[in-house]
Design a protein. Sequence first.
Length: 229
Amino acid sequence: MRILLVEDDSDLQRLLKKSLVDAGYVVDAASDGEEGHFLGDTEPYDAVILDLGLPKMDGVRVLEKWRHDGRSMPVLILTARDRWSDKVAGFDAGADDYLAKPFHTEELLARVRALLRRAAGLATSEIDVGPLKIDTRASRVIVDGNPVKLTSLEYRLLSYLAHHKGKVVSRTELVEHLYDQDFDRDSNTIEVFVGRLRKKLGINVIQTVRGLGYCLDDPNAQDEDRAKA
Ligand code: CA
């Protein structure tokens, strides 16, 4: 999952970016409202963390412009403490959640997980796909009760497919959501990573949909569907 972080306080930006990367996300960071707005307008993000007090363009304006132009990604705003009017302005501009500074990083991570989950229509932080369990809180993957060790890219790939469980995800979409803007992207490498991931999982949950992409689904449920058809 790919996240945009717009925060002008460089220390806080660095700290949050590190925490998000450690939690398994790929992160683009912007330090002012104009750059933040541009990135959110041109790149596909799964969620945005947006500070309201920003140079060049304030956060509420950034959010208003995105929403006006039909950008519907989940947005969590960071507000100054005790500024209830900021929260109201933020929600009215289209924010999905807020956090008042100062906050604990753990709370921010929990709120981001909740935003991603809600956007995917999932009820809990654990995603089950037949014998496969993905614990998005601990970034842990379990198959038939046994933990599977994945690289951070393999985890991002699996997590993205899991948040779109049962849907076909194209290779282009995967590339856009697995790498940050500075990465030299090549959609052919996705095939290699999917191959490695399948091998590590050892179960048949990632289907190749010829010409379209990949789909994560419970192999037994697929059999049932076929039996019903
Ligand atoms: Ca600020």
